[in-house]
Design a protein around this ligand. Sequence first.
Ligand code: 8YV
Length: 328
Amino acid sequence: MPAKKPLVIVTRKLPEAVETRMRELFDARLNLDDAPMTAAALAEAVAKADVLVPTVTDRIDAKLIAKAGPNLKLIANFGTGVDNIDVKAAAARGITVTNTPGVLTEDTADMTMALILAVPRRLVEGAKALEEEKFTGWSPTWMLGNRLQGKRLGIVGMGRIGQAVARRARAFGLGIHYHNRKPVHADIEQALEATYWDSLDQMLARMDIVSVNCPHTPATYHLLSARRLKLMKPSAYIVNTARGEVIDETCLAQMLDKGQLSGAGLDVFENEPAVNPKLLKAPNVVLLPHMGSATLEGRTDMGEKVIVNIRSFVDGHAPPDRVIPAML
Ligand code: 8YV
């Protein structure tokens, strides 16, 4: 008799190909209308599922994990960041957590580079001026932005995505600087011609553009605090495609409003989907609705990673993308 298929509850709608494969392999409960699950629905899901597949929009905290039934042994996150999950509480209850690293690196780096270009070159402002019929003809001094070539880019977090941003930025003539918990391997540093700054404060004070590419963990919450944001040059730009929580958003909004920073490109926000109203009004910002990894290819690859993690776990092997609590 074939083994019973695991009950896999997926909290949001996933790409068609991923859902089809999940239906074949698992007793998959899919969310076809994509409405985010309520706290009560999530509690019901953890009480009966063998595997839960949440996304960034689901808060899997200690309180919810305490409601897990005896069958729940794996939380296979559809996403790389796991700040939506209390990984320690899960581990304490014997629940493994996996994520989907690697497959959204290039897409997220593309979006970061798009923002690095869009903000100093005023792309969105220009397009809007045209839409609003404010283009009355070319002028030598209209819509002047700032050149990228020769400027200094400071990358906060030189992991996979940070390095992919650095590769792109070099092609645009930006000098690469970075702050990380520790320097990357000398070969990588050399290939990227990257300068390591042990002191984030000192790096921030000297950069023309700062890109946030680190995960959100207790250690990086408000890493770009009010004090640190104020170290930046008023002519500098800031780009964030990682997590809103890494920047003190209230302070950033105030500084942009007062012209204490030149502009910001933000794909993520501290209280998503809410966006600070001051940011929405600032003229010098490009705001995107958390779409850094939003390609069909990327989201399909993420789904495939989720499936591989579930299958290896169910087959009694260590899942390839296990999140180790001690490493967070
Ligand atoms: C994902 C992300 O789309 O993977 C991440 O950490 O931020 C996003 O790009 C999202 O998390 C899906 O859950």
